[in-house]
Write a protein that binds this ligand. Structure first.
Ligand code: HEC
Length: 156
């Protein structure tokens, strides 16, 4: 009977450990997913800027990347679930301030959403000069958030 009780206790401890490990994997996965989204975002912005440098920019390339940036900007706030910060142990450049200063973070995300929406409108209108000027504003919105909420890359 003493033995049986011990075994029940051990089983409970084991299932708690497994539960904790599963939670860790989920948040670590959220970090990886977020970074994959940002790589897509970086690639879309770079493709747009590269196209703008050409003598004859292709309006289809401009508008598809502007549309991608707009939809990513709307999704962006969902890439930061609670618990997916530096505490996961997975290497991340997201600062703890993302979660401790939620209204400032929301503001930075909204600034980017507003600029990305303008970019998309200008691209759909085929306004190349407008797109060029607005691309600078979008880049400023990326930098504004990175300056506040993204840690500089580790110097290792
Ligand atoms: C509202 C905040 C915010 C905005 C706006 C934002 N970023 Fe970021 N970005 C971050 C944070 C935070 C990270 C760090 C993510 C991590 O490591 O978990 C990041 C990381 C990145 C990365 C590195 C991804 C990796 O892990 O390799 C790239 C590339 C990037 N952002 C590009 C952009 C571009 C381009 C824009 C604008 C078009 C932009 N970001 C706008 C917050 C933002």
């Amino acid at each position: 009977m003493g033995m049986a009780r011990w075994m029940v206790g051990a089983g409970l401890a084991l299932s708690l450990t497994v539960g904790a490990a599963a939670a860790q994997v989920a948040t670590g996965g959220a970090v990886k997913d977020r970074q994959a989204h940002f790589l897509q975002q970086g690639a879309a912005f770079k493709a747009l800027l590269d196209e703008l440098k050409k003598d004859q920019p292709d309006p289809a390339v401009i508008s598809s990347n502007a549309a991608k940036l707009k939809s990513l900007s709307v999704e962006l706030p969902t890439w930061f679930p609670a618990g997916s910060g530096p505490e996961t142990g997975v290497k991340t450049e997201a600062k703890a301030e993302v979660w401790s200063e939620p209204s400032e973070f929301a503001q930075a995300a909204q600034r980017f959403q507003a600029e990305a929406a303008k970019l998309d409108q200008l691209a759909m209108a085929g306004d190349l000069a407008g797109v060029k000027a607005e691309a600078g504003m979008v880049g400023g919105a990326c930098k504004n958030c990175h300056d506040q909420f993204r840690a500089p890359p580790a110097k290792t």
